[in-house]
Design a protein around this ligand. Structure first.
Ligand SMILES: Cc1ncc(C[n+]2csc(CCOP(=O)(O)OP(=O)(O)O)c2C)c(N)n1
Ligand SMILES: *[C@@H]1O[C@H](CO)[C@@H](O)[C@H](O)[C@H]1NC(C)=O
Ligand SMILES: *[C@@H]1O[C@H](CO)[C@@H](O)[C@H](O)[C@H]1NC(C)=O
Ligand SMILES: *[C@@H]1O[C@H](CO)[C@@H](O)[C@H](O)[C@H]1NC(C)=O
Ligand SMILES: [Mg+2]
Length: 568
């Protein structure tokens, strides 16, 4: 009878569950496993840090609907990946983490990298377990993938002691019946759809908010039809951008604050009323606002504020039925309404303010000018990855998304370091599904530092990501070179260097010379646009464009503090 070991059983079980990509870092006791994965026909992408590996795997999960896997070693490998698991949980993206752990007979006596891994992973995932035997591996893998993808997606963890991975058995002992689980669809209660329609029809100042849940649910067809057939004004959350195109005439993104503050009925589509949406509470919202909430997760309903209508459903059927219900009633929201007039006026005001800054190309450049002119030379509908503080927030406002799942950023958890991992996943996604599409990774200089070494991963796997580093020499901002120098000379550097500053003349683009290639250093719009055009010709690997902006460049004055003040 043919024999099989734990590594091969696990690799085949993952393949049977539809896992196509595993990102990780090799070492004891998972070296053989990484090779078994490739033998099973899975793509293995070796990364430079487990955090980045997990960010890449969860982005593949978001982009394809099938979770990516992460392979980590025991102890420190598992601890590093916790950052990624937590980010996946908070973003509700599916990911399956596989950890090696020390052999069981070394547990309790100071085994190499011995660590309570199942317990450590548990708070950051939906399921954390150690299969107790070879024969039970396929069942646990099936359960892990099911939990990662069913209901609200998230992270799962499976732990494999070295002795289990190496153990052998005959193939007849391993059950084969575990095929990839089909994800169940949750349908809305029809009565509640009618209640929602009635509320929308009675609204004076309705507002649709589109979350990344709508993007994950692939509900773009239904949400676009809703917006187009009713003329309801809509707003997207950061990664809800593109479910309906940012250029759709019913987008009121530039009047976001006013829209939230004055809306009397809010239709919430796969978005949570957390800090990103200011908890749904005054002063950012009208105290009498009626919320219609549609979410796949029952536990999310009525969170933070009581919804007037709370519907547990997948977004596709719920929005599809809502569209039909509104159509039956011949509902459209008048573009001549006071509400549209107020919104349009605010949109014009804000666009004018932003335009002043986009047209100001004096050097050192400002963010708005950089992003506006970057966009001019980008191909249609690239996948835009972004992180940083000002870099990300201003980029979100200026860089347009025409398609869903085309913006990946620091997300609900606000994690710096996600960018390069996300970009690697996006580039792999493009290679297999949309070979003409490009990935643009817009990084703050601080944000880039967290996972900057993944540039080598991009070179190794020939991933043509264009990385634009926006250099303001700091976190939020930095100091001009002379001031920085004087300060550093004025006392002990660790006591006088402002905590938000970075070294003022870091040539990030020179990282490309490590691979015998050239990067781009740009201080003017002409240089920036030329660099982007050159970088677009590179299809065999990444490019780095270091754009220098003013260390004191800032966003336009805001009506509100970015984080609504805590009341504690
Ligand atoms: C893992 C992690 N560490 C620290 C932070 C705090 N933080 C928020 S934004 C940011 C970096 C902002 O600077 P940069 O990326 O240069 O963007 P800028 O605002 O300067 O454009 C940091 C360190 C975080 N969000 N995540
Ligand atoms: C949500 O809160 C409202 C108002 O208190 C209540 O009527 C409703 O039953 C709650 N739950 C759901 C799922 O609607
Ligand atoms: C909607 O419009 C159609 C065609 O104009 C009409 O026949 C129908 O009666 C209308 N329905 C309602 C509910 O007003
Ligand atoms: C980064 O920007 C600062 C100004 O913000 C500038 O002084 C410095 O020279 C820039 N770095 C590089 C490598 O050009
Ligand atoms: Mg910066």
């Amino acid at each position: 009878m043919e024999e099989i070991d734990g590594n091969a059983i696990l690799a085949q079980a993952l393949k049977e569950q539809g896992i196509e990509y595993v990102f990780g870092i090799c070492g004891f006791p998972v070296i053989e496993l990484s090779m078994a994965l490739q033998t099973a026909g899975i793509h293995y992408i070796g990364m430079r840090n487990e955090q980045a590996a997990c960010y890449a795997a969860q982005a593949i999960g978001y982009l394809t609907g099938v979770p990516g896997g992460v392979l980590v070693v025991s102890g420190p490998g598992l601890l590093h990946v916790c950052a990624g698991m937590a980010n996946a949980q908070v973003n509700c993206w599916p990911v399956v983490v596989i950890g090696g752990s020390c052999p069981q007979d070394h547990e309790g006596i100071g085994g190499f990298q011995e660590c309570y891994q199942v317990e450590l992973a548990r708070p950051y995932c939906k399921y954390s377990a150690r299969p107790p035997s070879l024969a039970l591996i396929p069942q646990h893998v099936e359960k892990a993938v099911r939990l990662a993808t069913y209901g609200r997606p998230g992270a799962v963890y499976l732990d494999f002691p070295g002795n289990l991975l190496q153990a052998r058995t005959t193939i007849d002992k391993i059950p084969k019946q575990y095929t990839a689980p089909e994800i169940p669809v949750i349908y809305p209660e029809p009565r509640k759809i009618d209640e929602a329609a009635a509320l929308i029809m009675g609204a004076q100042r309705p507002l649709v908010i589109v979350g990344k849940g709508a993007a994950y649910a692939r509900a773009e067809g239904q949400v676009r039809e809703l917006v187009d057939s009713t003329n309801l004004p809509f707003l997207a959350t950061p990664m809800g951008k593109g479910v309906v195109s940012d250029t759709n005439p019913n987008s009121i993104q530039p009047a976001r604050s006013l829209a939230l503050q004055r809306a009397d009925v809010v239709l919430l589509l796969g978005a949570r009323l957390n800090w990103i949406l200011h908890f749904g509470r005054p002063p950012r919202y009208n105290p009498n606002v009626k919320v219609i909430q549609i979410d796949v997760c029952a536990e999310e309903l009525n969170n933070s504020v009581k919804a007037a209508v709370a519907i547990q459903s997948d977004l596709k059927p719920a929005v599809g039925q809502l569209v039909q219900s509104l159509k039956r009633r011949n509902f459209t929201f008048s573009k001549n309404s006071d509400w549209w007039n107020d919104l349009n006026k605010k949109i014009q005001d804000n666009k004018r303010k932003v335009q002043e800054m986009t047209l100001d190309v004096s050097e050192p450049l400002n963010y708005y000018a950089v992003f506006h002119h970057l966009q001019e030379v980008l191909p249609q509908n690239p996948i835009i990855v972004s992180e940083g503080a000002n870099t990300m927030d201003i980029g979100r406002a200026v860089l347009m998304n025409g398609l869903p799942r085309h913006r990946l950023d620091a997300g609900t958890f606000g994690t710096m370091g996600v960018g390069l991992g996300f970009a690697i996943a996006a580039a792999l996604y493009c290679r297999h599904f949309e070979p003409k599409k490009r990935v643009i990774c817009v990084e703050g200089d601080s944000a880039f530092g967290f996972s900057g070494m993944e540039i080598e991963t991009m070179v190794r796997y020939k991933l043509p990501v264009i990385i634009v580093v926006v250099n303001n020499s700091g976190i939020y901002g930095g100091l001009p070179q002379e001031v920085y120098k004087d300060l550093q000379e004025s006392g002990e550097v660790t006591k006088v260097t402002p905590p938000t500053t970075l070294f003022t003349s870091t040539h990030y683009e020179k990282m490309m010379t490590m691979f015998g290639r050239q990067g781009y250093h740009c201080t003017t719009i002409a240089e920036l646009q030329k660099a982007v055009k050159e970088a677009l010709k590179e299809t065999e690997g990444p490019s780095i464009i270091n754009v220098i902006i003013s260390p004191s460049a800032d966003r336009k004055p805001q009506d509100f503090n970015w984080l609504t003040e805590s009341k504690l």
